[in-house]
Design a protein around this ligand. Structure first.
Ligand code: KG4
Ligand code: ZN
Length: 338
């Protein structure tokens, strides 16, 4: 069975195609992504209206490219991200998916973007045991518990303010490193001392929620530090600030993820989302999982960022799990949790 996945929740128009084999495994046939990230750079963040217009222009050509890459005329099922995401951006992908599902007369599956970030890992690393997933991107920061990919996901916690990637982008902007700032900040941090400045670890007090995150206090602490240094006429070490900030983010994310797996009695941790490209988040997750005896699964960077093949993979698992298709009247849900 051939499943097409369409993703348009943020600034990536993604269309992926997978083949679901009789033994329940799925194989990637196409992964086409058109990104509007360059159009948002001068605004310092994703502009919803710009993203929606870019999706409109990109959606049909991206679908055509994916079909050509997979060598198929049409899929046997069509899956699409119904939420969470930007309202106007979601509408474009969902409208296209409904129209093509009706025209091709194939079943339509309206799926949760967050589940896609977990399901995509099966394309690289095979069947997924029960796991805890840490999703970190510009739009989300979630700790999830997944028993089966075709079953409802349980949200253990999420950010109460900024997403982790958003914090990277805002701090990078403050340091004059451009947008998207995560990769530039990561690069600057390579030459810095992660212990140079003791930035706060948000929501790690004894009364704080175990599985929720907060990054806005950390972002403010970086701004205050920069202001104080400038007032004192002291030199600013961008590498030290970047490394110390990155250390604080990686510390809280990996500590809470490993602890959540331990609390749930689960021995697999999956990472997903664009910010898992961060070198320190990866190295700290590897170290802490090894120390705690957890298996760590991280998809390759191309599959960690938003793409269509993650929705195709989730669609294949939902089909294999026996769930029926969604109604063509299904509405987008920008605030969808899990
Ligand atoms: O998943 P993604 O491509 O898009 C969404 O936000 O949904 O993630 C992009 C985010 C941006 O905030 C970007 O700055 C961050 O991931 N990012 C990084 C790194 N590479 C990308 N953050 C920290 N370190 C990186 N190396
Ligand atoms: Zn995402």
């Amino acid at each position: 069975m051939i499943v097409m996945g369409i993703e348009s929740s943020c600034d990536e128009t993604g269309v992926g195609i997978v083949e679901l084999r009789d033994d329940g495994t799925c194989v990637q046939l196409a992964d086409e992504v058109a990104s509007s990230v360059d159009q948002h750079a001068r605004f310092g963040g994703v502009v919803p209206e710009v993203a929606s217009r870019a999706h409109l222009e990109a959606i049909v050509p991206t679908m055509r490219r994916a079909l050509a890459a997979a060598g198929v005329a049409k899929p046997d099922a069509l899956a699409v991200t119904i939420g969470p995401g930007l309202a106007g951006a979601l509408l474009v992908g969902v409208a296209a998916a409904k129209a093509y599902a009706a025209a091709w007369d194939v079943p339509f599956y309206a799926l949760n973007h967050l589940g896609g970030h977990v399901a995509v890992d099966t394309l690289e690393h095979g069947p997924m045991p029960p796991c805890v997933a840490l999703l970190v991107s510009g739009g989300h920061t979630h700790l999830l518990r997944v028993s089966e990919l075709s079953a409802p996901i349980v949200e253990l916690g999420s950010t109460v303010d900024d997403a982790a990637g958003e914090a990277f982008d805002k701090v990078a902007r403050l340091l004059g490193l451009g947008f998207p700032g995560g990769p530039a900040l990561d690069a600057a941090a390579q030459d810095g001392n992660p212990s140079a400045i003791a930035f706060p670890r948000g929501m790690t007090g004894p009364r704080d929620s175990r599985n929720d995150f907060s990054f806005s206090g950390l972002k403010t602490a970086v701004a205050r530090y920069v202001e104080a240094q400038e007032r004192a006429g002291a030199a600013l070490s961008i590498p030290d600030i970047a490394a110390s900030f990155q250390e604080a983010v990686a510390d809280v994310l990996t500590m809470k993820a490993v602890r959540a797996a331990h609390d749930a009695g689960i021995d697999t941790l999956v990472l997903g989302g664009g910010a898992t490209a961060n070198s320190r988040i990866r190295s700290m997750a590897e170290q802490r999982c090894a120390d705690a005896g957890l298996t760590l699964r991280i998809p390759k960077p191309r599959l960690c960022t938003d793409n269509g093949v993650m929705i195709a993979a989730l669609g294949a698992h939902v089909v294999a799990g026996g769930a029926g298709p969604s109604q063509l009247t299904a509405a987008t849900d920008p605030g969808l949790s899990v």
